[in-house]
Ligand binder design. Sequence first.
Ligand code: GDP
Ligand code: MG
Length: 441
Amino acid sequence: ALTEKLSRLAKELRGQARITEANVQDMLREVRLALLEADVALPVVRDFIARVKDKAMGQEVLGSLSPGQALVGIVNRELAATMGEGVSDINLAAQPPAVILMAGLQGAGKTTTTAKLAKYLIEKRKKKVLTVSGDVYRPAAIEQLKTVTGQAGAEWFPSSPEQKPVDIARAAVDFARRQYFDVLLVDTAGRLAVDEAMMREIRELHAALNPVETLFVVDAMQGQDAINTAKAFKEALPLTGIILTKMDGDSRGGAALSVRQVTGAPIKFAGVSEKIDGLEVFDAERHAGRILGMGDIVALVEQVTAGVDVQAAQRLAAKVKTGEFDLNDFLAQIQQMKQMGGLSSLMEKLPAQMTAKAGNVDMAKAERDIRRKEGIINSMTPLERRKPELIKATRKRRIATGAGVQVQEVNRLLNEFEQMQGMMKKMKGGGLMKMMKRMGG
Ligand code: GDP
Ligand code: MG
């Protein structure tokens, strides 16, 4: 919906060469709503909008872009830059064992993520990894860590509900050192809401362990409240990174921006399933698109703008007007498609809602079809392309042989072309021209 609104506004603003206070007001209001809909916390939204406005004001609008399109670009880049700032891999630069402390509310995904990280560190960083649970309040939690640690192929240090978390942690460090583990992951207890006892305990753990990473695990579905949780943890601990879990849910993930802004810590990973391999390195650009609710639509717009030869589009529109659309134009369209990176790369950039609808289309097959069509048209003479009605049986056989396909396939292409030609004749009015203009900016 945002894209629709923005493109409507963008149209109104076309022709203006500069971003000004007057022409961005409406645009910024839409962006603000989009951020709030994505559950970015209100103070963070205000701050972000002010920053974008500062950056945008007075900026020249390049070439064929309208101020609106330029602003969408600025918003998207600023979102990605904010969330992607300072991102780095897990830091293991410490006298082994490098200790990683996991912090966060109950249910955020600490235990699951501990195991996912263990697997990541074993497979990607070739480390020897030990885990230990300091969650002594729920005996099941210690067992849970044991199970998932086994799935990760890491080792687990036993603890029991009778011990104090600090003593457990010290014993684990000691064991890890003697057994030459590279990394010790310390899972901790969380509460359903921030409380003083929990904060005191994790501060004590932090002081005893001197971890090289203190990771704040936060549920991406938490929404507006994430900002308060993040504040409390930041006040208690020197956080070195954030892991956003449950990104496979349908939230727009605005929590990412709130938590990033409030803690100042980089977002390192995203949890994308309950399974042990459901951990991905955080991709700020992709996430910016998700927050704005348009997939990578901004990148797509840029790509389309770059890929469409505006003059060629205008020539085409003129031909359609006079009913001259021929196979050369058909070929040009096919080639334009290829220039834009092909169907599957186009599909990847569309928002999930759209791609879901096209879910049962076989992309690889569709791309093969396009290449075959191109091959067939390439096997025609210039005259045949201009006057397809000349293509009778003999010519069809020659073309089919040249393209290495069956005659039926040449027939199919000619039928398709005829249908398209008919459609384009009907569009003769302003329809196509408008469409091209919109694409060309
Ligand atoms: P903890 O209380 O912080 O230790 O949270 P848990 O690790 O026990 O996770 C709580 C619930 O969230 C469990 O049912 C997990 O399977 C689930 N969970 C954790 N991370 C993810 C994720 O990235 N995606 C999904 N879908 N579920 C997750
Ligand atoms: Mg747990």
